[in-house]
Design a protein around this ligand. Sequence first.
Ligand SMILES: N[C@@H](CCC(=O)N[C@@H](CS)C(=O)NCC(=O)O)C(=O)O
Length: 216
Amino acid sequence: MLALYGHLFSSYTWKALIPLYANGTPFEFRDVSPEHPDNGAFVQAAHPSGKFPVLTDGDVTVVEATAIVEYLAARYPGPAPLIPADPAEAVTARMMDRVFDNYVMNHLQRVVLAFIADPQNPDPGILVSGRQELRRTYRWLESWLESNALPPHVSLVTCAAAPSLFYADWVERIPTDCPRLAALRAELLALPPVARCVDDARPFRSYFPLGAPDRD
Ligand SMILES: N[C@@H](CCC(=O)N[C@@H](CS)C(=O)NCC(=O)O)C(=O)O
């Protein structure tokens, strides 16, 4: 039986939950929270930086959300082809996965971490540069979307794009001059596996260090 260690409010945990839900893959969810110290201890030992999600499959342990999606695609294929069969399309999927992780998720996490480090007085330099970099990536994505589209099914890109755009918009709103990107975010949030992640995370919204907006 597969087991996924993570937290329902965690963006990277969503990245692993979306493919599991999309393909109806059976798994046990192991909550990483103070109520389950054993799960936290397992993650601390399993991941080089103590981060989640972590997937186990019998004796196999997979860390890093992208690797988890790749593992599920290889070992537990289902109706949602997580990695495109065409090699060139697979390269694009992996490229966009890196774009969403490195230039959306990372920058939003920097801002969130600044609030966690000092809720009353977050480092203004990090807030300015994190938000500036998010706006820069938004414009790049808007321009990419002029001539490209994401696959119409749940794929590695969906798994990376949905949680990163969900939370990034809470940190720095997607501007009105990026309508394609705003529409993509709305489309992604309407996908059933993504909507399930959003709904299951609702009880934890008060955890959001900047204050969760009253939407989504
Ligand atoms: N590069 C990792 C990032 C994972 C990550 O940042 N996880 C966050 C939760 S969204 C985490 O574990 N935070 C707790 C910690 O850093 O102690 C991945 O792709 O899986």
